[in-house]
Design a protein around this ligand. Structure first.
Ligand code: ADP
Ligand code: MG
Length: 703
């Protein structure tokens, strides 16, 4: 039961003024990953921190604008440069000036009507936003505010600016957050009092208030006492949840599953390759864990293409050998099907029964699968998170494997153990996360690493290409098509809007069809039905289509070994981890592969740095470290791209020391007060609920 104190914060955002059903969905997608999840609540707003502050006292003049600093300019509008009709890839530009110089305001997919109306030529306007210098010229991409003189007079001098998402104005966001902060009841102190005193941290309520009322941009720095305090709270909640999980797993003894080798030994000669040293080592580590009477909780870390699937199959076979079942869970339907397609032929030869279970199964088929899982007819089930549902029962689930784990949350991992009989858990991740992040996301899990690629792989040649060379690129792609090559064409990432992303993909699809022949081009994006997606993947795999125009739905796991060219359009909009994941779709066979990073200017400094790193290295671990430096850890873990709330307050590149404090604190609490009793225990439960780690509270009762 949720502590009563928190009730006002757990009200859906739809209760706030100005937030109707549509915005509720938008916010739910922003905070909970998808719009059908549990609706966003007021509590979610508390931890949505401003990314900048508009300090309207800061009016440096265009010529003196500092790179990346939010500034305000009083300008005169000179002219509008609308992109050529129908070409929505070229940004809309508005040229402005003040006494000191000229500047361009840049809008991607800007709406001409609205822009020409709100920014009439010859008028005075106040614009605020971050200035980026490009080739010695200042640009402001998507200004935060553009107002008339009268409008400006009504604005506060200091105003926090929040990250927003399509369909949501910063005004409504700010107002809602203000209400959320006003609603916040006084929280008890859950952290160690000595720690708070030593670090001179404010109380939780004060810290939240301060974060949302910055007095200048220094207040947004990651190392203010308020921010450090909140980062600690967030990390403590996560570490505590993991510590409780571990405690419970340790208490509930496991089962020794000593594989006979009957199936695994038969599998090896069926494979067209020999296992790499790293694969062999991982297989042994897993088999040893399975054979132990304790429960296994192991992480298999391996870069894209390192061959995790076969290791997973070996693990599954080991438990099937002793008469148990195994499950393999993938983050998407496409991926689940793909696992099925690659594993079924092998399993058939071994006499192992495999079945697919997804949310999209027809009712009758699903019922049958559930029945067969329950009576043990199915040895290995492959599926999506449908596998988590409570009606899924196993006869004897010995091993649960989760692929591409970064897409799932901690609480989902927590529920897994409940499915079977002392089920062992193997988590596979393709994101080579740095050590500190392993700790945050997984706690002290055992780790197996696939740090060696299968032999015969050729390096992927990566080039960055400016968009003005797109015609040249398309000509090259056409030649490649005629030579029978297979090409992925990835369409721009559009922040938070699957719909716009789908439209961009459709545009490019039609464009390429008209240039290269309809039959050659396929399309896959998130707005298509599962059947359509599968068909598109199959056509591409079988070579019916040669170019697959796709959005990031293919980011994870998709395996078409003879696809050797990848074009990533608007590469400057993607994060490093994501570029690396995408690029991993090629270079999976023995043919030389190419990756073209097509970028549009103006290119920010970080974007340029990202593209350079991509050109320099294919080493996922190095890329992950660089990514951590360039951005925040939420994105390294892939939480942002999937939309799952990861860390809102903690930034590990700044707060690594706090992570250690949180880990040590959590450990101590669990050792001294494992049932979270008494005043501090109650306070800690409040903390867990507040940060969405309440599944851990349920563990307390389950004992
Ligand atoms: P990932 O780790 O990204 O999930 P996969 O398991 O999909 O990688 O493997 C990528 C490709 O490499 C697959 O086509 C697979 O058959 C192949 N592969 C796996 N192990 C080996 C190996 N030891 N030698 C050669 N090819 C391998
Ligand atoms: Mg994989």
């Amino acid at each position: 039961m949720r502590p009563e104190l928190l009730n006002p914060l757990f009200v859906p955002v739809s209760n706030l003024e100005g937030i109707g059903p549509k915005l509720t969905k938008t916010l739910t997608r922003l905070f909970h990953g998808n719009e059908n999840a549990e609706p966003a609540r007021i509590a979610d707003l508390l931890f949505h921190v401003p990314h900048s502050v508009i300090d309207r006292r800061n009016q440096p003049g265009i010529a003196n604008a500092q790179e990346g600093v939010v500034s305000t300019f009083k300008v005169i509008v000179d002219s509008h440069n609308a992109p050529p009709r129908g070409n929505r890839r070229i940004p809309y530009r508005i040229n402005v000036h003040d006494e000191t110089g000229e500047m361009a305001l840049v809008f991607f997919r800007g709406q001409s009507d609205w822009l020409s109306k709100s920014m009439p030529v010859g008028e005075i306007r106040y614009v605020s936003g971050k200035v980026e210098w490009f080739n010695g010229k200042p640009n402001m991409v998507h200004p935060d505010h553009m107002v008339s003189e009268e409008g400006f007079a009504q604005l506060p001098l200091l105003e926090p600016v929040y990250p927003v998402t399509a369909g949501l104005s910063s005004k409504i966001m700010s107002r809602s957050i203000r209400t959320a902060v006003d609603t916040l009841p006084t929280m008890p102190e859950w952290a160690d009092k000595n720690l708070i005193a030593r670090e001179h941290w404010p109380q939780f309520n004060q810290a939240v208030t301060r974060i949302h009322n910055p007095r200048d941009s220094l207040d947004l720095e990651p190392n203010t006492p308020a921010r450090r305090r909140l980062a600690h709270d967030e990390l403590l909640a996560g570490q505590l949840a993991l510590a409780l999980l571990r405690l419970r797993l340790r208490k509930s003894s496991g089962k020794a599953r000593i594989g006979t080798g009957a199936l695994t030994a038969k599998l090896l000669p069926l494979l067209p390759f020999a296992l790499t040293g790293a694969q062999e080592r991982s297989v042994t580590e897993i088999a040893d864990d399975l054979a132990k009477p304790e429960r296994m909780l192991r992480l298999l870390q391996g870069d894209v293409g390192s061959g995790k699937t076969i290791v997973a199959l070996m693990a599954a076979l080991s438990v099937i050998e002793v008469g148990n079942q195994a499950s393999l869970m993938a983050p998407t339907e496409i991926l689940a099907r793909q696992h099925l397609a690659s594993l079924q032929p092998l399993c058939e030869q071994l006499g192992v029964t495999v079945e697919l279970l997804t949310g999209k199964d027809k009712a009758a088929k699903k019922r049958e699968t559930l029945e067969r899982l329950k009576n043990g007819e199915i040895d290995l089930v492959i599926g999506t998170h449908a596998l988590f549902q409570s009606k899924v029962e196993f006869k004897s689930l010995g091993l649960a494997i989760i692929d591409e784990q970064h897409r799932f949350g901690v609480h989902q991992r927590l529920t897994l153990g409940d499915k079977g009989d002392a089920t062992d858990v193997l988590v596979m991740t393709a994101t080579p996360i740095p050590r500190t992040l392993v700790l945050t996301a997984y706690g002290d899990m055992e780790v197996s690493k696939l740090d060696e690629k299968p032999p015969g792989r050729q390096p992927i040649q990566t080039n960055a290409l400016s968009s003005d060379r797109i015609e040249e690129l398309i000509a090259r792609i056409y030649t490649a098509v005629q030579h029978g090559k297979k090409i992925y064409w990835i369409c721009p990432l559009v922040e938070e809007s699957e719909e716009v992303q789908a439209t961009a993909a459709e545009d490019r699809f039609k464009d390429l069809q008209s240039r290269m022949g309809e039959e050659n081009i396929g399309l896959v994006h998130g707005r298509m039905t599962v059947d359509e997606k599968n068909q598109a993947m199959t056509d591409f795999k079988e070579g019916k289509t040669r170019v697959l125009v796709a959005t990031t739905v293919i980011e994870v796991g998709v395996d078409v070994p003879d696809a050797t060219i990848m074009v990533i359009e608007h590469a400057e909009r993607f994060g490093l981890a994501q570029l690396h994941q995408l690029r991993g779709r090629v270079g999976r066979g023995s043919d030389a592969s190419h990756c073209m990073l097509l970028y549009y200017t103006p290119l920010s400094e970080t974007a340029e740095a990202r593209l350079n790193i991509m050109r320099e290295t294919e080493d996922g671990f190095r890329i992950a470290e660089e990514d951590l430096k360039l951005r925040g850890e939420g994105e390294v873990l892939g939480t942002r791209q999937s939309g799952t709330p990861g860390f809102n307050l903690a930034q590990l590149e700044h707060h690594a020391d706090i992570l250690e404090m949180a880990r040590d604190g959590a450990k101590l609490f669990v050792e001294t007060n494992p049932d979270l009793e008494g005043e501090q225990g109650e306070a800690l439960k409040i903390l867990l609920y507040l940060f969405g780690q309440d599944q851990a509270v349920r563990l307390l009762r389950a004992g």
